[in-house]
Design a protein around this ligand. Structure first.
Ligand code: TYM
Length: 331
């Protein structure tokens, strides 16, 4: 008997420039997983409007992010890669699942608490119910596994809770997904404050490296990375800055921590920071070159996202129809 290939779903917001944190925590794994699984990826533009966006900028960012993810290695021949707002089942299922999610559950979401502090002038309802849209994104495709960084873990737990709740009120409807969080790189930290995660929206641009950043700036940012006052390169829970750089170096080069410690034995932080910067640059340059090609070819980008949206619409309609029948709508 043929076993069914597992389905993977994940998404990223197209706001701002995609960072090395997004890449190492999520995108790099998407590329590996697409070789062996049935993969569906999305640009979550509907999520992006939970904070105020300039229309022109959002359109530009979305197209650029699409080209960039192709440059990172998403292959539209192997994976479905669509723009979330092109597939209308996401907002439809999100509304239904809003009615199966408790206010208290959403109030406990740490991202909501953080973001409402950051955007105190615009704590809109979308920001509050955003995790339910993410639940809908995942459940529509009967997803088995969701590759994410550790900051999305709580949203994945909510997804499992809502899926199990719906399945037990009615009958098995949704696959209950597992998170796929990498052992190394699940939370890349800010280069300026290694106790905070690296984020697209950090007001300090020196805190992050974006995938499209130019090599001189990348080197400068790593040289300026905040570390401690020691000088030996070793992994230690009291050295968050060095740990973060070791994780980045290890994810990029595939070297283990003890190999890195040996390589930099007696060489000091300056040399180590430069080496991390160089390794990141040589990894990113081929991606940057491919990006320049993809972004020029608007016709190809359109063909890819339209074909993918059609496939995603077809698959997700099946789940939505099942749900609508069970809830009691006339369809
Ligand atoms: P977003 O756009 O904030 O981030 C996209 C992915 O990058 C990971 N990530 C990180 N990983 C390691 N270190 C970091 N510093 C870092 N920063 C971000 C995130 O964990 C994520 O995996 N709500 C989601 C997008 C989304 C989604 C979904 C994800 C919408 N629907 C369904 C999975 C499944 C978000 O805002 O991710």
């Amino acid at each position: 008997m043929e076993t069914k290939q597992k389905t993977i779903f994940s998404a990223i917001q197209p706001s701002g420039s995609i960072t090395l944190g997004n890449y190492l925590g999520a995108i790099k794994n998407w590329i590996t997983l697409q070789e062996n699984f049935n993969c569906i990826f999305s640009l979550a533009d509907l999520h992006a409007i939970t904070v105020r966006q300039e229309a022109k900028e959002l359109r530009k960012n979305t197209l650029e992010a699409y080209a960039l993810l192709l440059a990172c290695g998403i292959d539209p021949q192997k994976s479905i890669f669509f723009i979330q707002s092109h597939v209308n089942t996401h907002t439809q299922l999100a509304w239904i699942l809003d009615c199966y999610t408790q206010f208290g559950e959403l109030s406990r979401m740490t991202q909501f608490k953080d973001k409402s502090k950051k955007h105190a002038d615009n704590i809109n309802c979308g920001l509050f119910t955003y995790p339910v849209l993410m639940v809908a994104d995942i459940l529509l495709y009967q997803t088995d596994m969701v590759p994410i960084g550790s900051d999305q873990k709580q949203h994945l737990e909510l997804t499992r809770t809502v899926a199990e709740r719906f399945n037990s009120i009615y009958s098995p409807t949704f696959t209950v997904p597992e998170p796929y969080i990498p052992k190394s790189g699940a939370k890349i930290m800010s280069l300026q404050d290694p106790t905070k995660k690296m984020s697209k929206s950090d007001s300090n641009a020196n805190s992050r490296v974006s995938i499209l950043e130019n090599p001189d700036d990348i080197i400068k940012k790593f040289k300026r990375a905040v570390t401690d006052s020691e000088s030996s390169v070793r992994y230690d829970k009291n050295k968050p800055g060095i740990n973060n750089l070791m994780i980045i170096y290890s994810c990029i080069t595939g070297k283990k921590f003890d190999e890195i410690e040996k390589e930099f034995d007696g060489r000091g932080y300056g040399e180590f920071k430069a080496a991390v910067g160089e390794s990141v640059i040589s990894h990113l340059i081929p991606i940057q070159n491919k990006y320049k090609e993809f972004i020029k070819d608007k016709e190809y980008l359109e063909k890819c996202y339209k074909e993918s949206a059609e496939k995603a619409q077809y698959i997700s309609n099946k789940t939505l129809n099942k749900v609508m029948k069970k809830v009691g709508f006339i369809i």
